[in-house]
Write a protein that binds this ligand. Structure first.
Ligand code: CAA
Length: 420
């Protein structure tokens, strides 16, 4: 599907596809088994200039947008879902800087990422603050011209490999709306420690770790925007920009699994014919391809909306994450089904797609949270649609809301005028 993509988007697709086919696909199984960060793949991604795709030119990037980012993530994920997120998570870490950083902070933190010299990670979640992100506990206390961090972070994708960490911590425990701030922390700062390294079902080439802060002192100028208290808002704005990236990872995984299933079905013979000649398999493939195409279009439209600064991107961003990741789970599961018993074996490439797909329904907000974001937005929109009530018949029931009953109820109401 390239009808809505422009020449720049297509160029990113070609570049990312080349890295995916030449470097990522041949190494995907190796790093999945080893559960090791694939530095050689990261180098190839950086060499192809993909690291700065979404970063503005003035900060050393290529000046593309979220759509270009999504296209790159999709192509990398088509070959390996782990590599897709290994790349995309750098965008997640930089978005708070783009959303809320000062000019000086943008130059300082974005340029080394754009050039592929450094990696970045995003630290919002904690053991007891997942979907309810605002309930996080880690603290950052101002002492002179420093902030002193204490506490723990959970689910840090890229943790350990990354040089820079965008950390969300409580700076004002007494405030309801200005409790949290985003602070940039560099690996190696005394008091910063990588803890448990998770052993995962999928996306095994990218590390997911716990981070511990024990009196970790960072310069006060590392607080984003140099203004405390706006961290939660910036985290939410970041997720609005980043969720299409997870959705693109899901589209890539679904497309990659579909392609393997198509090829396998064309070659696997049973009952004297390729299984792709059987209508049940054809129906599965047709449904899989249709869903992938629908998901891709929704991702591109959401990414374009983010890039154009359209209002209410939260809804579209959540919708594309929700739809694309549910699609990825369904399509990768059906791809395993088409491979039959072989699909379940880990010397075949297909079961990895299913394992990699599962996390996309969970991270950067579970799909239950995405439904909540969409539903909240619908409730707000419904307020501007009140004129439609005029077209919906209102039922009248005697004893409940007929004119006499309403008049009687009104007469029985206590006089509240002046009650306060
Ligand atoms: N943009 C700007 N501001 C926003 C916003 C948005 N999209 N969403 C909320 N806000 C603001 C609200 O306006 C409100 O501001 P005021 O206090 O000034 O009124 C404030 O933020 C609080 O908003 P809510 O009351 O809506 O917040 P909530 O506590 O009910 O939470 C939520 C809403 C949608 C559930 C949110 O907590 C959420 O998205 N949770 C999921 C967290 C998540 O996605 N975590 C992912 C971690 S990253 C990860 O997974 C990385 C990885 O491994 C790759």
């Amino acid at each position: 599907m390239s009808g809505i993509l422009n020449a720049q988007n297509l160029e990113w697709r070609e570049r990312a596809r080349e890295v995916a086919e030449k470097v990522v696909r041949p190494l995907a199984a190796k790093y999945d088994r080893a559960q090791e960060y694939p530095w050689e793949i990261k180098e190839a991604i950086a060499k192809a200039g993909l690291m700065g795709a979404w970063i503005p030119k003035e900060y050393g990037g290529a000046g593309g947008g979220v759509l270009d980012l999504c296209i790159c993530v999709e192509e990398l994920s088509r070959a390996c879902g782990g590599v897709g997120v290994l790349y995309a998570v750098n965008a997640l870490g930089t978005f708070p800087v783009l959303v809320g950083g000062t000019e000086e902070q943008k130059h300082r933190w974005l340029t080394p990422i754009a050039k592929g010299e450094k990696l970045i990670s995003f630290g919002l979640s904690e053991k007891y603050a997942g979907s309810d992100a605002a309930s996080l506990h880690a603290t950052a206390v101002k002492e002179g011209d420093s902030y002193v961090l204490n506490g723990e972070k959970k689910w840090n994708t890229n943790g350990g490999a990354a040089d820079i960490y965008t950390i969300f911590a409580v700076t004002d425990p007494n405030s309801k709306s200005r409790r949290i701030s985003a602070i940039m922390v560099e690996k190696g700062t005394p008091g910063f420690r990588i803890g448990k390294v998770e052993d995962k079902m999928g996306i095994r080439c990218v590390p997911v770790v716990e981070i511990h802060f024990d009196d970790c002192r960072v310069p006060a100028k590392n607080i984003l925007g140099e203004t405390p208290g706006v961290g939660f808002k910036h985290a939410m704005m970041t997720l609005d920009k980043a969720r299409p990236g997870v959705a693109a990872q899901a589209v890539g995984l679904a497309q990659g699994a579909l392609e393997y299933a198509m090829v396998y079905a064309g070659h696997r013979e049973q009952f004297g014919a390729p299984i792709s000649s059987f209508q049940m398999i054809q129906g599965m493939l047709a449904d899989m391809a249709t869903r992938v195409e629908a998901a891709r279009n929704l991702v591109y439209v959401a990414a374009m909306a983010v890039d154009s600064g359209a209002p209410n991107v939260s809804k579209l961003s959540a919708m594309c994450k929700l739809f694309a990741t549910d699609t990825a789970m369904e399509v990768t599961t059906n791809a395993v089904q088409i491979f039959g018993g072989y699909g379940y074996m880990n010397d075949y490439p297909i079961e990895k797609y299913m394992r990699d797909a599962k996390i996309t329904q969970i991270y950067e907000g579970t799909n239950q949270v995405q439904r909540m974001v969409v539903a909240r937005s619908l409730v707000k929109e419904s307020l501007s649609l009140k004129h439609l009530l005029g077209y919906i018949p209102k039922e009248v029931q005697r004893g409940v809301n007929d004119p006499e009953t309403l008049a009687r109820k009104a007469a029985q109401q206590p006089d509240t005028v002046g009650a306060e």
